[in-house]
Design a protein around this ligand. Structure first.
Ligand code: SAM
Ligand code: SF4
Length: 351
């Protein structure tokens, strides 16, 4: 059987650029959607020629701001995916949405085209903070989009950013309590990262120090009712993002669109997708195993110790640091203490 591949489709446009964001996206309120859509469809056909009629367990429209896309273009892209591949009957189809760009009616159009998971960029429950972040919506807009998704019976997640200048551990606990009260089954909580070449990067902001950030992170684990399943992701068990889980677990995925990365498996060889026009570059088994360790160790499932990862893992190091790394069946998993120093830990764990 041909290997199933997950699909990530990148939409590199935003209504306006947020002041913290270094993602590959440009502020473009009226993109040329038809040209963009043709490019995406051409890429889908290109992958179908290479990989054949493979099965697709998940499709993830990420950005940028995919919710900006007119439903007509979204329909054309989904048609092309269906024509060229076999989408699993129970596939997860996610769209990321900025609440300032979509209302209940438009969400209904996306749902009618197959979307069954909505990831809302809520970021904060405080309108002043939303303004400071450069968001184009209010907290009320985000809540009503979350409610629309829940009412429509699809899976809903929301993104939040914590650790803003002046924020305290108590502020973060308040965010957790509000999320608990709303009762969503999935959310992502990201520590604000100051990226160079963003407005925030040039502002010399007075950020919480590293100890406070670590306390905030621990407070999230203690106060949010949703269990953590990846460094920044929390869900009721069974409601995890399947697309991301598959990718973090080392499953192959096709990246479509200029800003999209991909890892394709063809006739037993892994390929990295390079650049806009999808040049493929073979990846050595060792390089692929290292990637699996890096993404897998960020998850609470950890990484499978198999023939490939065994070659690059320093198992002696893992065994001698039970405070940081635990063994569960054939997997190694970072402990709560390990997660706090993950980058360092992974560096030591890989030979
Ligand atoms: C592609 S965006 C999500 C969809 C949509 N673009 C939006 O913002 O509403 C992915 C998420 O990354 C997070 N993010 C982006 N830049 C960040 C930064 N510098 N620090 C922390 N989180 C960040 C935000 O929470 C954002 O929702
Ligand atoms: S956070 Fe989302 S909406 Fe804001 S600029 Fe980045 S990708 Fe665009």
């Amino acid at each position: 059987m041909k290997t199933p591949h997950n699909i990530y489709i990148h939409v590199p446009f935003c209504a306006a650029k947020c002041r913290y964001c270094a993602f590959f996206s440009h502020a473009c309120p009226a993109p040329d959607w038809d040209t963009y859509t043709h490019g995406i469809i051409a890429e889908i056909e290109h992958f179908a020629r290479i990989l054949g009629r493979i099965t697709i367990p998940t499709v993830f429209f990420g950005g940028g701001t995919p919710s900006l896309m007119p439903a007509k273009n979204f329909a054309q892209i989904m048609d092309a995916v269906r024509k060229n591949f076999d989408i699993d009957a129970n596939a997860e189809i996610t769209i990321e949405a900025n609440p300032g760009t979509i209302d209940d009616k438009k969400l209904g159009e996306f749902c009618a085209l197959g979307v069954n998971r909505l990831s809302v960029g809520a970021q904060s429950f405080d309108d002043e903070k939303l303004k400071f972040l450069g968001r184009i919506h209010t907290a009320r807009d985000a809540l009503s989009l979350i409610e629309s998704g829940v009412r429509r019976g699809i899976r809903v997640s929301a993104d939040f950013i914590y650790g803003l200048p002046g924020e305290s551990v108590d502020d973060v606990i308040k965010i957790c309590n509000t999320i608990n009260n709303i009762g969503i089954k999935h959310c992502s909580l990201y520590e604000l990262t100051i990226e160079p070449n963003t407005p925030f990067g040039k502002m010399n902001l007075n950020m919480p120090n590293n100890d406070t950030m670590a306390e905030m992170y621990i407070a999230i684990g203690d106060n949010l009712k949703l269990p953590r399943y990846e460094v920044s992701n929390y869900a009721v068990p069974g409601y995890e993002c399947r697309h991301n889980q598959n990718v973090w677990d080392g499953a192959p995925y096709i990246g479509i669109g200029d800003g999209a990365a991909g890892r394709v498996l063809l006739d037993g060889t892994w390929y990295e997708e390079l650049g806009a026009h999808k040049m493929f570059q073979p990846l050595s088994n060792n390089a692929r195993a290292i990637e699996r360790v890096i993404t897998g160790m960020r998850t609470m499932r950890g990484v499978r110790v198999d023939d490939e990862t065994k070659k690059i893992l320093n198992i002696e190091f893992a065994k001698s640091h039970p405070d940081m790394i635990m063994f569960s069946g054939n997997r190694i998993i970072a402990t709560n203490a390990g997660i706090l120093v993950l980058d360092d830990l992974i560096e030591k764990l890989v030979k």
